[in-house]
Write a protein that binds this ligand. Structure first.
Ligand SMILES: *Cc1c(COP(=O)(O)O)cnc(C)c1O
Length: 423
C-alpha cells in the first residue's frame, strides 16, 4: 500500500484539492514531510527543489525564520479571538501601503472567498446581475465563477461543473482573454447591465499569459464608462510579480482587487478591497452581507505581515525577477539546443513555459493546443531528477527569494538531461 492508497481510503480522491492528485501528469503524488528554503523533503527522504511554493504563497521560501517566529509568538498569545485584534489593522495598513488602489479592505481565509465576496459586492453595489469573466482565468470554485463560455462569442455561459445551476450561468458571460473586439461587442450589447468584469491581469491558471496592455486599457475605459466594477483577481499575482502587484507593473487601477496566496505567507489568509465608495456597501456599513468566523485570524495575520514586511527590502523584486528570468531563458536555450519548441514567460517570481512553436502565448487556445504529452514526459523526467514542478501543463510556476544561483544551475543541468531524452 502506498501513502496515496492509504489516503484514498479516507480522503475523497486521496487529496484535499484536485490538482494535487497528479491526474494531469499520471503517477502518484509525492507526500512531503518537511520544507526549508527552496527545498522540499518527501516522506521517503528524497529532496526536491520546489517550483510550486504551495501554489504561490511561499515567496520567501519555506519555513522562513521571521515567519516561523511571528507565527510561534502569536500562537502563544491566542489562536483566534473572533473579535478585533491589532494585527488585522497592521496587516490592512501594510497591504494598502503596498497597493494604494485598495482604500479599504476586508480579510477572508481563501482566494475563493475573496473573489466570491468581491462579485457579490459588485452586484450589490451596482444593483446589476451580469458578470463578465475570461476563458482560461480561474477565480476559485464559487458557483458564479465555475462557468465557461457557451458556443459562439457573446452567448451566455454554461456551468463547468455539475452542481452549478444553469440559472447562475445565465448571468455570466465568458469572453476570450485578450480579445478586444469581443470585449467591445459585449459592452455594446450589455453595457449598463454589467455589474463587474473579473480578470487575472497576468493569467496564471492557463500556464502564464499576460494581458496585452491595449486590452486592459480598453477594459478600464469600458468599465468606467458603463459604471461597471473592474475587479483584478491578484490572488496569484499580488506581491508575486512586483511589490505593487500586476496593477503596478501594468499601470492600470482596478476598482476592486482580490488577494490571497502571498498575503498569508503559507497560512490561510486572503482579502478583497478597493475603492472606499464601493467597500462601504459591505456589512456592517452597508447592506451587502459578508462574514467569516476565522477571517483576520491573528496567526494568519502574523504570518502574512512577517512575509509582507520582507518584500520592502531593497532589491527584493529585482533579484527575484533576475533569477526567474535567468531560469526561464536558460530553459528556453536548452530546449532550443535540443530542437524542442518552448515558449517561456516570467514576471517577478512567477513563470510559465509551454511546449509550442506558437510564441508568444497571448490566447487561451494557444495554451490549449500545446503539446501536453511532452509536458508530462518533461515533468516526470524532472521529478526523477529531484525537481518539483507543478503537476499540470496549465499552471504557472514560482521561484522564491530562497532560491539561489546554485538551485537554478542544478535545475538547468537536470533540464538539459531531460530535454536530451525527450527528443
Ligand atoms: C488560487 C487562486 C484563486 C483561489 O484561491 P484559493 O485560496 O485556492 O481559494 C483565485 N484566483 C486566482 C487568480 C488564483 O490563482
Amino acid at each position: 500500500m502506498s501513502l496515496f492508497d492509504d489516503a484514498r481510503e479516507v480522503i475523497a480522491g486521496g487529496v484535499n484539492s484536485p490538482v494535487r492528485a497528479f491526474a494531469g501528469v499520471g503517477g502518484e503524488p509525492v507526500f512531503f514531510k518537511r520544507a526549508r528554503g527552496a527545498w522540499l523533503e518527501a516522506e521517503d527522504g528524497r529532496r526536491y527543489i520546489d517550483y510550486v511554493g504551495s501554489w504561490g504563497p511561499m515567496i520567501l521560501g519555506h519555513t522562513h525564520p521571521a515567519v516561523v517566529e511571528a507565527v510561534t509568538e502569536t500562537t502563544r498569545q491566542g489562536m483566534s479571538f473572533g473579535a478585533p485584534c491589532v494585527l488585522e489593522t497592521r496587516m490592512a495598513e501594510k497591504i494598502r501601503a503596498l497597493m494604494p488602489s485598495i482604500e479599504r479592505l476586508r480579510m477572508v481565509s481563501s482566494g475563493t472567498e475573496a473573489t466570491m465576496s468581491a462579485i457579490r459586492l459588485a452586484r450589490g453595489h451596482t444593483g446589476r446581475d451580469t458578470i463578465i469573466k475570461f476563458e482560461g482565468c480561474y477565480h476559485g470554485h464559487s458557483d458564479s465563477l465555475l462557468i465557461k463560455a457557451g458556443s459562439g462569442a457573446l452567448t451566455l455561459g454554461v456551468p463547468s461543473s455539475p452542481g452549478v445551476p444553469a440559472a447562475l450561468a445565465e448571468h455570466t458571460v465568458t469572453l476570450d482573454y485578450n480579445d478586444t473586439e469581443a470585449l467591445d461587442a459585449a459592452f455594446e450589447s450589455l453595457g449598463e447591465r454589467i455589474a463587474c468584469v473579473i480578470i487575472e491581469p497576468i493569467a496564471g491558471n492557463m500556464n502564464m499569459v499576460p494581458a496585452e496592455p491595449g486590452f486592459l486599457t480598453r477594459l478600464r475605459e469600458l468599465c468606467s464608462r458603463a459604471g461597471t466594477v473592474l475587479i483584478f483577481d491578484e490572488v496569484m499575482t499580488g506581491f508575486r510579480v512586483a511589490k505593487g502587484g500586476a496593477q503596478s507593473l501594468l499601470g492600470i487601477e482596478p476598482d476592486l482587487t482580490t488577494l490571497g496566496k502571498v498575503i498569508g505567507g503559507g497560512m490561510p489568509a486572503a482579502a478583497f478591497g478597493g475603492k472606499q465608495t464601493i467597500m462601504t456597501s459591505i456589512a456592517p456599513d452597508g447592506p451587502v452581507y459578508q462574514a467569516g468566523t476565522l477571517s483576520g485570524n491573528p496567526v494568519a495575520m502574523a504570518a502574512g505581515l512577517a512575509t509582507l514586511e520582507h518584500l520592502d527590502r531593497p532589491g527584493f523584486y529585482e533579484s527575484l525577477d533576475r533569477l526567474t528570468g535567468e531560469f526561464v531563458s536558460g530553459l528556453a536555450e536548452l530546449a532550443e539546443a535540443a530542437g524542442i519548441p518552448l515558449a517561456v514567460e516570467h514576471a517577478g517570481g512567477m513563470f510559465g513555459f509551454v511546449f509550442t512553436e506558437d510564441a508568444p502565448i497571448r490566447r487561451f487556445e494557444q495554451v490549449a493546443a500545446a503539446d501536453v504529452e511532452r509536458f508530462r514526459a518533461f515533468f516526470h523526467g524532472m521529478l526523477d531528477e529531484g525537481i518539483y514542478l507543478a503537476p499540470s501543463a496549465y499552471e504557472a510556476g514560482f521561484v522564491s527569494a530562497a532560491h539561489g544561483d546554485d538551485e537554478i544551475a542544478k535545475t538547468l543541468d537536470a533540464a538539459k538531461r531531460v530535454f536530451a531524452k525527450l527528443r
